[in-house]
Design a protein around this ligand. Structure first.
Ligand code: SF4
Length: 707
């Protein structure tokens, strides 16, 4: 039961899912709670099917309301049974203490998620470093946009997904979208694109699939997955050859163009056509459109970023944008389209293996001293950087690896690459604790499962794809005895003897986060809950005034005068195409790429439980071209098995000429026998971002006879 049930109240908050963070008003009191979209600056009254159905899950019969523990402690083959909070927390704390006593502090690890609020992400990072004093923490955002973050930090000295407001898209005369499909992943965002096209803007989509976004565009480039870097270098080659480089901008605002100019000389158009499959004429059309536009934007997303060379691929597109003089110019620039609801904030506040709040480096002595002072601890007691997400998961249960793991808001058994290997590692753990609101595939493997409050039941802030800090507001009380993750961490810290350093109150934690971020790249010190309420969100960086006054206006547009590098110039960097780690061969003759579909979200823990969404997308469908289907004797809706060197998975066939004949697409929202990530390759991580190659591996396809 919820306290206050039956009291009708309407609260302005935001959709729980993607990074657009559409505004909505939730009315509690009736069952289930109802919602209407709000005229918020990102969605202007629009919502997609995921947003519309989001309140369905608040009273879902499978919702976890009590902690679950193993009937036989230590035996994960025994049933998960309901327990008291006292028993569940006793087991968790005993496991942490036992593991650290026997194997050292770093043998206890934490794994977070991009849906946690800023306060929760901040608290989780602090909990790991202060209450557990472990270096072992990372989060699922490492699998999301770490390559874009790595490239932006390298090129601009700062990583904010979009360095300009979403509304700039409507102002741009040309937009190039690389590996992004907002028409399916965040439909309300399309109104900005539609507005631009209605004005005569030209949109160019780079995607191996002719997605809904590509169909609406003027030009669709359809490269082989894993060749986006070669394509970007090729476009820059043409820009240089045709005298389209903005030499004045390059001289005034950038450094390092010389080696890049030399490097792209090898990417002549017909070689790029052979590498990528994109015809020379389309390459030229793209470059001339971009160079002649008064305002032009280049956007990358997961299609370009989730590769072993994801960081360099993003850099190649940034190089092109810089050569054409776009970043920092009004209505122009480069940006990345973040995926997860708080993918941006999730990586700013210390949830990553190598970072402290304010986007500070954990290895930087000055950063350690600043944050340690806010946390009231000795900087020498803070651990050094730990392993990145996949490396942390791959070392579970090993000597020197994590042996007790605490997972918040993440379903790695479905979302991590080479998922069967990750599941096997999770089984190797001495103890697994999962906090979630449903029994996800990861929670099913746990020793203790802790129920947590859902989005509409908690307070906090989120940072959307534009870097706009917004309020997630409590629209209804959580079920009795179900805490949010902020309160859970404060309770655990108390049991570990560090309770005096942790609060469970969101605004108190936000005020501490502001102080910890002050002076950092992602400076929130001038932002308050009050300001967010009054201003439809505030864009970081937003430093407090000298006397602490919150009078800074926030920064909707970055880099207008200078970049965030020491010399104020954006950095070119020469980057080279490398082949994907796995290429098709006789045994696995096609390229597999993975992604999202309209009516599901991430690992599907929530959306697969929504009745409305299940009606739209009940089963996972693998897309393959009619030529390939004919060759393999596959008809529409047949069950097909995809096999890679790591595993097999079954899907219904979606035969469509929207995909290249040499490529197969599988959605990653399902687990079990339809787990796309059972197929993906985790053996070659990006050297900078540690991103696995979700977007390309070699696959075999066969029709499965019978039902
Ligand atoms: Fe929610 Fe994203 Fe859909 Fe908006 S676009 S309703 S934020 S899932």
């Amino acid at each position: 039961a919820r306290s206050g049930a039956g009291t009708v109240r309407t609260t302005a908050t935001h959709c729980p899912y993607c990074s657009l963070q559409c505004g909505m008003a939730v009315t509690a009191g009736d069952r289930p709670p109802t919602l209407v979209p709000l005229d918020f600056p990102t969605n202007r009254g629009g919502l997609c099917s995921k947003g519309w159905s989001s309140t369905e899950l608040l009273d879902h019969p499978e919702r976890l309301l009590r902690p679950l523990v193993r009937a036989e402690p230590g035996d994960r083959t025994s049933a998960l049974v309901e327990s008291s909070w006292a028993d569940a927390l006793d087991r968790v704390v005993a496991a942490i203490e036992r593991t650290q006593r026997m194997h050292g502090r770093d043998a206890v690890g934490c794994f977070g998620g991009g849906s946690l609020t800023n306060e929760q992400a901040y608290q989780f990072g602090k909990f790991a470093r202060v209450a557990l004093r472990t270096s072992a923490i990372d989060y699922n955002g490492r699998f999301c946009m770490s390559s874009a973050a790595g490239a932006a930090n390298r090129a601009f000295g700062l990583d904010r997904g979009m360095p300009f407001p979403l509304s700039d898209i409507a102002e741009a005369d040309v937009v190039v979208l690389v590996g992004s499909n907002p028409a399916d992943t965040m439909p309300p965002a399309m109104q900005w694109f539609d507005e631009g096209r209605a004005r005569g803007a030209q949109h160019i989509v780079v995607d191996p699939r002719r997605t809904a976004t590509a169909r609406a565009a003027a030009v669709h480039l359809q490269p082989l997955p894993g060749t986006d870097l070669a394509l970007a270098n090729g476009l820059l080659h043409i820009a240089i050859a045709e005298g389209l480089v903005d030499e004045e901008y390059v001289a005034a605002r950038t450094s390092g163009f010389g080696p890049v100019r030399d490097g792209v000389a090898a990417y002549w158009p017909d070689r790029v056509e052979r590498l990528t499959g994109v015809p020379v004429e389309q390459q030229r059309r793209t470059v001339f459109a971009l160079a002649r536009a008064e305002k032009a934007i280049v956007l990358t997303a997961r299609g370009a970023e989730q590769h072993r060379s994801g960081t360099d691929t993003v850099q190649a597109w940034i190089n092109l944008a810089l050569a054409l003089g776009l970043p920092g110019r009004p209505g122009s620039g480069w940006g990345t389209v973040t995926g997860q609801g708080n993918g941006q904030g999730g990586r700013e506040h210390g949830q990553k293996a190598d970072q402290l709040p304010g986007y500070r480096s954990l290895a930087d002595p000055a950063a350690r001293a600043h944050v340690a002072a806010v946390w009231c601890v000795d900087p020498d007691d803070l651990p050094m950087p730990g392993r990145s997400a996949f490396e942390l998961l791959d070392a579970l249960g090993t000597d020197g690896g994590v042996r007790t793991l605490l997972v918040l808001a993440s379903n790695v058994a479905v979302s991590a690459p080479d998922a069967r290997r990750v599941i096997s590692r999770l089984r190797d753990l001495d103890f697994l604790v999962v906090s979630d609101f449903f029994l996800s595939e990861t929670a099913e493997l746990a020793d203790v499962v802790l129920p947590s409050a859902m989005w509409a039941e908690e307070e906090g802030t989120m940072t959307n794809l534009e870097g706009r800090v917004i309020r997630r507001r409590r629209a209804l009380d959580p079920p009795a005895d179900v805490p949010d993750d902020l309160q859970l961490l404060a309770t655990l810290a108390t049991r570990l003897g560090a309770g005096h350093l942790f609060s469970g109150d969101p605004e108190t934690v936000f005020d501490e986060l502001r102080r910890a971020s002050a002076g950092g790249t992602a400076d929130y010190s001038g932002i308050s809950y009050r300001r967010i309420d009054d201003e439809d969100g505030v864009f970081w960086p937003c430093p407090a005034g000298e006397d602490g006054a919150p009078d800074h206006p926030g920064t909707p547009r970055l880099f207008t005068e200078r970049f965030a590098t020491p010399d104020g110039r954006a950095r070119f960097l020469r980057v080279e195409h490398v082949d994907a780690h796995e290429r098709p061969d006789a045994d696995y003759p096609y390229v597999l790429t993975t992604g999202r579909v309209l009516a599901q979200y991430q690992s599907g823990t929530q959306t697969r439980r929504s009745r409305s969404l299940q009606l739209i997308a009940p089963t996972p469908r693998a897309e393959l071209h009619p030529d390939l289907a004919r060759r393999l004797g596959i008809a529409q809706d047949d069950v097909v098995e995809l096999a890679t060197r790591r595993g097999r998975a079954r899907f219904h066939a979606q035969v469509t000429d929207a995909i290249r004949p040499d490529v197969v697409f599988a959605p990653f929202h399902w687990g079990g026998s339809s787990s796309a990530n059972a197929l993906t390759d985790a053996d070659a991580l990006d050297p900078t971002s540690r991103m696995p190659a979700f977007k390309v591996c070699a696959v075999a396809v066969t029709r499965v006879d019978g039902p």
